[in-house]
Design a binder for this molecule. Structure first.
Ligand SMILES: NC(=O)c1ccc[n+]([C@@H]2O[C@H](COP(=O)([O-])OP(=O)(O)OC[C@H]3O[C@@H](n4cnc5c(N)ncnc54)[C@H](OP(=O)(O)O)[C@@H]3O)[C@@H](O)[C@H]2O)c1
Length: 390
């Protein structure tokens, strides 16, 4: 869906209160002639998002709001239609007044919205990688070409490198990884890693869950699964390369020996803007620009991934397929929350995930309801595993 000359692109922004959501709001405000915010969704888990939505509703003249969790009704806007419950959030993705759904919800909670958006034939600007990790086998057959526009910077980079190319000419996709805040740490030192240290990513400012996933390298494991579904390539063609500077956002190598890379500043503004303006590019002045004359010191190295238990577990779950990735994701979400709450240690995250994967009786993926049931069961098992470790 392209911004037309006659009217701006109408956007439903799900996860507006998060890191990606706030950057998306800023972009929409910066391009009023191109983008119009129609609907807002969030979790409202701490009760803060409903109150935070009020000035946004007024500023952007938002018409629809949905919060997964209900809180003080005195904070409800009188100008927007407000609804509560997870289904209400997903329903925003099917509104007839919406052209593009930006899914910036964190975790498997974003899956129903992605599914609803595709079924309603909306363009899906996707930050919520967990949708594809858990439900890629259901979502991809619903999507027409370019209906899912990735916001994850690595996938946006690969998507940009593949424009005009035939997927059959691709040899390998190379996802870059900064290595996170604990790059080079020994297993002994990792035992003492604290939430505050895990949240201090060297290059990116992100929400808490993805920051911890970057520290364990689970994030890279999830991204490999996301890339497998999004670009339809086997896992044998997906590679991870350490690139500490986070300037090259990913690369594609082709059968003729050519390699394309996409570079940019370390900011999510560019991939969000690209997803919203695709297939055009809009001029951007608010974001830092990459100074090409300063790029003399870029490093690339094949990582030793044997030390990263979470990445190994993600790879194993990916290769086994079926409902294993849903269990991997659910257990990881619970374990990360427990780590952030100081209930388990950093290295316990992989232990919780491993236990849940070992207990799982795999199934073929057949429906969203089945995936949500598998997700719920894995969460209960992960909570029990975290309790015994804590
Ligand atoms: N941050 C980045 O730079 C970045 C980069 C690449 C990809 N991503 C991906 O983008 C997604 C969002 O990441 P983030 O860093 O922006 O996360 P975040 O800062 O933690 O924000 C998460 C958002 O999801 C909402 N949410 C949580 N549970 C929900 C539910 N049940 N229903 C509806 N909304 C819910 C939250 O609302 P409440 O706060 O009201 O609960 C919040 O708005 C993740 O999948 C992440 O992997 C992020």
């Amino acid at each position: 869906m392209t911004p037309s000359a006659s009217r701006p692109l109408r956007i439903a922004l799900l996860g507006f209160s998060g890191s990606i959501g706030r950057q998306c709001l800023a972009l929409i405000a910066d391009y009023p002639q191109h983008f119009q915010l129609v609907a807002l969704g969030a979790g409202n888990r701490g009760g803060a998002s409903l109150a935070a939505s009020l000035p946004i509703i007024e500023q952007y003249q938002v018409r629809y709001v949905a919060m997964a969790v209900q809180s003080d009704p005195s904070e409800v806007s009188s100008t927007a239609e407000v609804a509560f419950g997870s289904q209400a959030v997903a329903d925003l993705a099917a509104l007839s007044e919406v052209d593009v759904v930006v899914n910036a919800i964190v975790g498997a909670a974003g899956l129903p919205a992605s599914y609803t958006a595709l079924r309603a034939n909306k363009t899906l600007a996707l930050a919520n990688k967990e949708s594809l990790v858990v439900g890629g086998q259901l979502l991809m057959p619903l999507a027409r070409p370019d209906q899912i526009l990735p916001i994850d910077s690595e996938h946006s980079a690969i998507f940009q490198c593949l424009l005009g190319e035939n997927i059959a000419s691709v040899q390998e996709l190379w996802l870059t990884a900064s290595g996170g805040p604990f790059r080079g740490w020994s297993q002994k030192r990792l035992q003492t890693a604290t939430p505050a240290q895990a949240l201090r990513h060297p290059n990116w400012r992100m929400g808490p869950k993805i920051s911890v996933d970057s520290a364990t390298l689970m994030n890279k494991g999830l991204e490999v699964i996301e890339a497998h579904h999004l670009f339809g390539l086997p896992y044998s063609a997906l590679r991870v390369i350490l690139h500490p500077e986070s300037r090259v956002h990913s690369l594609v190598s082709f059968v003729d020996g050519s390699v394309k890379a996409q570079l940019g500043p370390t900011s999510m503004r560019q991939p969000i803007l690209f997803a919203l303006s695709f297939p055009k590019r809009l001029p951007e002045s608010a974001c830092e620009r990459l100074d090409i004359s300063q790029l003399s010191d870029l490093h690339f190295q094949l990582p030793d991934l044997t030390n990263y238990g979470c990445f190994q577990l993600a790879q194993a779950a990916a290769l086994k397929g079926g409902t294993y990735p849903a269990v991997l994701n659910a257990a990881n979400e619970v374990a990360v929350e427990a780590f952030l709450a100081h209930r388990i240690g950093f290295l316990d995250i992989e232990k919780v995930v491993e236990q849940c994967l070992e207990q799982h009786q795999p199934q073929q993926v057949v429906s969203i309801d089945q995936l949500l049931a598998v997700d719920a069961e894995a969460r209960a098992q992960a909570l029990a595993a975290a309790l015994t470790l804590g």
